[in-house]
Write a protein of this length. Structure first.
Lengths: 144, 169
């Protein structure tokens, strides 16, 4: 009779691994087609604390919402207010954090500009200092 | 002497060997675990999607303080305004206009050359210091990639004080 104990052990470890990792990946980033500028003068992201704001792509340059820390917000004034409140809480817990802004290359600027404004307002409400909000605009290097 | 022993001696047979019961060997059966580990390895090799290298531009958004007293003798640099518009669905379909007497440039490379050639070089040449404020002004329907392309040209040219203009609601 086969001894199934190690197989069951490994299988359970595997399940726990996938459950944990899939949640981390889902919270951090969304599958987007990020901008890929030619000859990018970019930096590698640092090790400082960060929050990731994803602008979810929709049809024909629209956005279907914003996603921060696993929560989605509608692209409406109410949704933007919710996004601002979430960012204020994050700034209050970590005033030195940077905000990684991830947006699809085909999204129109009309959907991105309100997010820049909300991030700036949230940093002001949380009183992070005169420098205000520090952003990382995320792109991909296609020559890497 | 028993009858059996007498019989052995009589027929010259080898002595009777007494059976000793040996303890069973203790060991783990690793076969199934190895099977699963190999399956796991094959799964990761097949399913791994190599992620493209993500990098960042650093950008500060200082808070605008309404009604803040301004030093009347302080001369602020007039920011250089760079307008970007997407004119079609293609990646190369965009227009760049630099506010003031400068007019249009053809593409992001042209914008880079314009900005690079006018940056103060410390030897009397150039027009704008590296901390001169630059404002990238995308239109409402400008693709994010075109806005980032203009931003990239300014960063490549060595400017440090670049920001995006927000669309007023």
């Amino acid at each position: 009779m086969a001894n199934l104990t190690p197989m069951i052990d490994v299988t359970f470890l595997l399940i726990v691994f996938f459950v944990v990792v899939s949640q981390i990946v889902d919270l951090e980033s969304v599958d987007l087609e990020l901008p890929a500028p030619e000859q990018p003068a970019t930096h590698l992201p640092g090790e400082e604390p960060r929050a990731v704001v994803n602008i979810l792509p929709g049809n024909e340059g629209r956005s279907r919402g914003y996603k921060v820390a696993g929560r989605e917000y509608q692209p409406t004034p109410e949704g933007l207010a919710g996004l601002r409140d979430a960012l204020v809480l994050l700034y209050q817990s970590t005033p030195t954090m940077r905000v990684n802004l991830r947006a699809d290359r085909y999204t129109d600027y009309r959907w991105i500009s309100p997010v820049l404004k909300v991030i700036r307002q949230a940093a002001g409400i949380a009183d992070v200092g005169l420098e205000g909000a520090s952003l990382n605009l995320v792109v991909v290097r296609e020559d890497a | 002497m028993s009858t059996g022993e007498l019989l052995h001696e009589a027929v010259d047979l080898p002595p009777v060997r007494r059976r000793v019961r040996e303890a069973p060997a203790i060991g783990l059966n690793l076969t199934s675990m190895i099977d699963v580990v190999f399956l796991l390895l094959i799964y990761f090799m097949v399913a791994t999607d190599f992620k493209q290298a993500e990098e960042v531009y650093r950008l500060d958004l200082p808070e605008r303080i309404e009604g803040m007293s301004v030093d009347p003798f302080q001369l602020d640099d007039e920011p250089l305004r760079i307008m970007v518009r997407s004119t079609g669905p293609g990646d190369e379909e965009y227009r760049i206009h630099i506010d003031g007497p400068w007019g249009e440039v053809n593409d992001f490379e042209g914008l880079y050359e314009f900005l690079d050639s006018r940056r103060l070089d410390g030897m009397g040449g150039g027009l704008f210091a590296e901390d001169h404020p630059l404002i990238v002004i995308p239109g409402a329907d400008t693709r994010w990639s075109d806005a980032v392309g203009a931003f990239n040209a300014a960063v490549r040219a060595g400017y440090l004080n670049i920001t995006f203009e927000e669309i007023s609601s």
